[in-house]
Design a protein around this ligand. Sequence first.
Ligand SMILES: [Fe+2]
Length: 187
Amino acid sequence: MRKISNAARFLFLRLQKHWKYTAKHSQRVAEIAQMFGRSKEEKNLFYLCGLFHDIGKLKIPTGLLQKKEQLNKNEIEMLKLHTLYGRDILYKQGFNNKVINSAYQHHERCNGNGYPDQITEIPYIVRVIAVADIYTALTEDRPYRPALSQQEASKILLNYAQNGEIDMEITKHLLGYQHDILISIKP
Ligand SMILES: [Fe+2]
């Protein structure tokens, strides 16, 4: 893990206690996101954006986070609120705007099919987090399915990019980094 402030460490510990799978997932997203930074400062910032993109899940009951069955409409709406909760938590704690924004917008999609605001002009770091988030989720065990192979995950990711959901350039970069990711991230 990169060096982070005490406030950031404390917040991350809260996430680990609440739902360790989201914490583990966030750490993997952070490891990928920092590779897109062009300077040491940017790498640190992108790392934080990854680490806290799902921090709003602190306010989502673990019963919902671990549910194996398909979620109903209400439950899906409840889960979506983690983007708003994340923004509020990070704002209150005085985090950088890019970190706040990544939590709020990481489920937005380039073609406007995302949430919460269905925007299409998405900042670069948020697009990085979105690609890293999806790729990481696909290659992890989930309560409702086992992890996909790297090959399967790459195919799906490229498909999303071709459909205009996520940024193609970032997707290509990430798949290019795949070799480094494999080495740097323990399963
Ligand atoms: Fe999320």
